[in-house]
Design a protein. Structure first.
Lengths: 257, 257, 257, 257
């Protein structure tokens, strides 16, 4: 029976990881090991300058889970380095409350946690769901079913080393999702704006505000697929080298001072 | 006169950013805007759930600098969104105390800060120095000279949109560095190990310990270049799509439940 | 019907506050407003340099509760400054997992939260339970019953302004607790010891370890009462002035340089 | 030669501790051991659930200093438990930027750090300076001279066990300070007010704002002394017992359910 390690970025008590754990329990043994708080906005490194604590907890449906005061990547590292004894077959991170598309890869803790699994030599999947535009409470059940379908195939067919499948799902009921598209990363358009305010003691502080990021809904991209009502799967590797630029950089006359 | 925005991952008072600022002052106007503490091990996101403070400070040589309680990426975002009024021509992040090679990209705050500049449409450079193997105090002067040489060319020749040059320098005097190599990312070998201990109240805690990462010193890679005594420059883009896997993923029979 | 504001130091999801809320619901309307994490070891100030968030949550029995990312004192301040609209009649803090005796007042977040209520002009009670010596899971039900008895009387008889009743309960079933003693603060004997260790990168770190504090079990003190199997109630005020020393300090020849 | 341990609440690089260290160097050997950041608004406990780091640093005038990532009380505890080898004769905390008067004792990290010294059996002094009303940069030199005068006498005459002298100085040049008064704690009037705002994503957050605390400038109190242009010295003990209330509490019919 395959062994699935589940983590996330939003904290062990977020609804997305519960939906994910429930859906993947049909595929094999599930171990949940996720941060004890929401890391969405505070970073993802491996923690090497302080020790970490591990604690047992439960999801809302009673599923036992492990949690630590480290980042999502720390949870994966702790699990795979030996806190969990049984060998793991696949690492799944999510379901993130909010999509991770295009250049969001740079920021995404959900993806970074999956990468930690890939760096350890395991197939890895990151799952995110776009939030409903009207601000209503997200229903993760369709995204969980699609995650189950992806993980089932990853376990069946395998993945090349150091690859993460980045899955994004629109906020629709399963029967309204048009299907699954294999995509490339699209082009995000960030619309951050600085908001300057003054605290009650008249000292300034700053919000990074503005509109949520938009994107170019190009055919073939994750952004395009979601815009049309499809779920997207984008295969990611960890090699960010821009090979096409190497030759011209070599012409930059490096001998000169 | 070009305007260079300098940030880092190790905090505004780290010696690496001082060496960098001094070297780049010969190229134009320099603005230093870096975190008020070391972020090496605590993450790099853009901070959107709490407001940020900005404060004026000075480097050890008296150079005025801005600092914030946000991450390296936050400092770049704050600067470019309007805390700094004068347009910026290039974003330079570093000099990190420790190399950033191969799959380290996943973890590197130094690179993430440069990416924030690239996402904002600016050419961007990340600079890191391998630490001396004997544990002696690092001398950043050679790395600073090489950074100056790279940034000078970036200002002269430009970079395509959304590209970061990732520069790594060996811990050698300038005249012992054999030259500069344009490289691709190499293959890191992580050697983390779990260290379990018990606190004075008999509760366990965990260090992610083990040996520092090694790497495959292959010809043509950043790891290989450093191993031979060269500085390396690896062009990075933000598109992590593994295009070669897309077709086979499409064969995974997605219609089936 | 009286309105009881309940907070604590161990975080809104700690078992002690649940037992307390359940017991006090028999006295009137209860509002729970407690920190979103354990503050036992991280301090108690009023937070004035950053804004605070307030969120709705539930205790394990479904009781609605408010929580914030501020300290215990912040929760009380937020509640009394207007986040809670209905006037509050008494502030109760606890049940702390661990006694707060003698000079522990200096450190106790449980007591500080109650003091915040006292500073706002309300009667205030801090409740703590000594933990079982054998490390078994604490049962807060007896302490909750005693807290109910104390709060009932505080509501009936009132307290002078700026007074906190500091209640400590031994870890015994209610019928084995010998009674309630009105006490003064006893003499703590701290037995901290420094534990020096080295992290996996050979850098030292320090635990403040040693044995848990002991105390002089003198007749009439809180420490003595607990040692004999009684619950203790110590009335506290906020005036730390050592009046008896003032005259001799005046003789210290202050005119001389 | 006496050995003076100096700490503070505002962080090792605050100007107040520099002025204090310079003034006390005339009395004996000075060891500075203070937090690596400002703890004014984040608490003061002894840290027992995580290990602490100690690092060497320098004050702005080159004086060597120790710093840790713990609280002010942690710095005192670490020093006295053995990080500093040489026996300490007196613990001095400050100079705090801002007065600590009346019920501020409840909140004051400056006082708590001194109490940690008193709990360890040493004479202890807390020093705070009221900030200039016009917002100008505080000049700590007069407060440092008065601190020197107090510490000199403490070393000469000693203090009873577990006593802290709480010193407050007005923001005036030394020759305009009218003298030193031995005082009791006065009555603070807090004027906090809730300020509700909405972040750029339309979610509320709260500042604890309002006017700075006022106080009743009664003759004989610390608040009165400062209002008249005197420095105040208030002897504090750690026994918060309100003895006068004990008898009436005993009448509260504790036998009844």
């Amino acid at each position: 029976m395959p062994h699935v390690l589940i983590t996330n970025d939003d904290g062990v008590h977020a609804p997305g990881i519960l939906a994910l754990a429930q859906a993947l329990q049909t595929l094999g043994k599930v171990t949940v090991f996720a941060p004890d708080r929401n890391w969405s906005a505070s970073g993802h490194d491996k923690t090497m300058d302080r020790p970490l604590r591990v604690r047992e907890t439960h999801l809302a449906d009673g599923t036992p889970a492990l949690t630590s005061d480290g980042s999502p990547a720390d949870c994966v590292a702790l699990a795979l380095l030996g806190v969990i004894q049984e060998p793991v077959d696949v690492v799944v991170s999510g379901i993130n409350a909010g999509e991770n598309l295009g250049q969001d890869m740079t920021y995404s803790g959900t993806v970074t946690a999956a990468m930690e699994g890939a760096l350890a030599g395991l197939p890895a999947v990151a799952v995110s769901m776009k939030l409903p535009a009207n601000g209503s409470k997200p229903d993760f059940s369709a995204a969980a079913q699609i995650a189950r379908r992806v993980v089932e195939r990853v376990l069946r067919f395998g993945l090349p080393p150091r690859v993460v499948l980045n899955v994004n799902v629109p906020p629709l009921p399963l029967d309204q999702i048009k299907g699954i598209r294999i995509t490339r990363l699209g082009e995000r358009i960030y619309r951050d704006a600085l908001v300057t305010r003054y605290d009650p003691r008249h000292k300034p502080y700053y919000w990074i505000g503005g509109e949520p990021p938009d994107g170019v809904p190009e055919e073939g991209t994750d952004i395009g697929a979601l815009a049309e009502g499809y779920a997207s799967i984008t295969p990611l590797h960890l090699d960010l080298t821009l090979y096409s630029l190497m030759e011209s950089l070599r012409q930059w006359n490096w001998e000169e001072e």
